[in-house]
Write a protein that binds this ligand. Structure first.
Ligand code: NAD
Length: 296
């Protein structure tokens, strides 16, 4: 397929390279020229703007930080909609507010452009391996047209409802991950303060009901005191903010999510926004004056 790709950061760069390797023709754009240079060196055509990346493309993929960047790159000056012909499919794979996704979807539809919101889970390692979990909102027919690209990028792609549903699913994912890390932090701080070895406690519980993918990935990081990202605190704070805004619009209370959101904001103010989200545990450690990190 002829694919325009906008947003070549931690996630977008390996995703674009995987599409190239699978034989798709890519025209790429990012506001950072070095990123465009790197993906062009791997075989893509460099575009001068998002509109330029969209011109002549059957599908345009965007992978940007949050809603404001997605609205600028799609709807702004020299944006995708200036270059896209009617019938083009735009797939936004960024994690953004479902409300913004729906607004962007309506703007695309007004120009005869089809739209899917398709955020991902898995982070940089799975972006590199092409094994992301892709959560999609939009119509079945458009979903099927884009499926060959999703097959390259991910190990699963699931249509969860109309436009916006992909991001609602992603927010649900982010709520479960954040609350899970916070609960793990409380549990391991309590055990450590009681004089137990956190690693022994982790090994004792991981095969039981409290075991989880989050626990297996994040407990070893907390025990090692290694908070190298990974998925940054500031991106998770953005996701929970979007979850709370969406929840407010639907009059849904999310008390646990709002507590963890406050913790994430405090950590950003402490200068920890670029640490891995497993560093949520450091907030609980500070309150107890007790580090989970094992003395070696
Ligand atoms: P990133 O900050 O590394 O990359 C974003 C890229 O977008 C940057 O290269 C930036 O220059 C570019 N950009 C910003 N505004 C632009 C514009 N107007 N036009 C063109 N390019 C523009 O972010 P990332 O880690 O790649 O994340 C992208 C999205 O994927 C986010 O929504 C994030 O929440 C989500 N996500 C990230 C991870 C992860 O582990 N990093 C995992 C799952 C989902």
């Amino acid at each position: 397929m002829k694919v325009g790709f906008v947003g070549l950061g931690i996630m977008g760069k390996p995703m674009a390279k995987n599409l190239l390797k699978a034989g798709h023709e890519l025209t790429v754009f990012d506001i950072v020229a070095e990123a465009v240079g790197e993906v062009s060196a791997a075989g893509a055509t460099a575009a001068a703007s998002a509109a330029d990346a969209a011109a002549g493309s059957e599908v345009v993929i965007t992978m940007l930080p949050d809603g404001p960047e997605v609205e600028a790159a799609l709807l702004g000056a020299a944006g995708v909609l200036e270059g896209a012909a009617p019938g083009t499919i735009v797939v936004d794979m960024s994690s953004i507010s479902p409300i913004v996704a729906q607004r962007v979807g309506r703007a695309c539809a007004a120009q005869g452009v089809q739209f899917l919101d398709a955020p991902v889970s898995g982070g940089e390692p799975k972006a590199i391996d092409g094994t992301l979990a892709i959560m999609v909102g939009g119509s079945q027919a458009v979903f099927e047209k884009v499926a060959p690209l999703f097959e390259v990028l991910g190990s699963s792609h699931t249509l969860t409802g109309p436009v916006g549903a992909g991001n609602v699913t992603k927010l649900a994912n982010q709520i479960m991950v954040a609350c899970n890390i916070a609960a793990m932090g409380e549990a391991l701080v309590l055990a450590t303060k009681a004089g137990l070895d956190p690693e022994v406690v982790f090994n004792a519980v991981k095969g039981g009901l409290a075991g989880s993918t989050v626990l297996n990935a994040k407990a070893p990081m907390a025990i090692a005191g290694n908070f190298k990202p990974g998925f940054r605190i500031r991106l998770h704070q953005k996701d929970l903010r979007n979850a709370l805004l969406a929840a407010e619009s639907m009059k849904v209370s999310l008390p646990l999510t709002s507590t963890v959101q406050q913790i994430l904001m405090a950590l950003m103010n402490e200068g920890r926004g670029d640490l891995d989200h497993s560093a949520i545990v450091t907030f609980i450690e500070d309150m107890a004056s007790c580090q989970i990190k094992k003395a070696v």
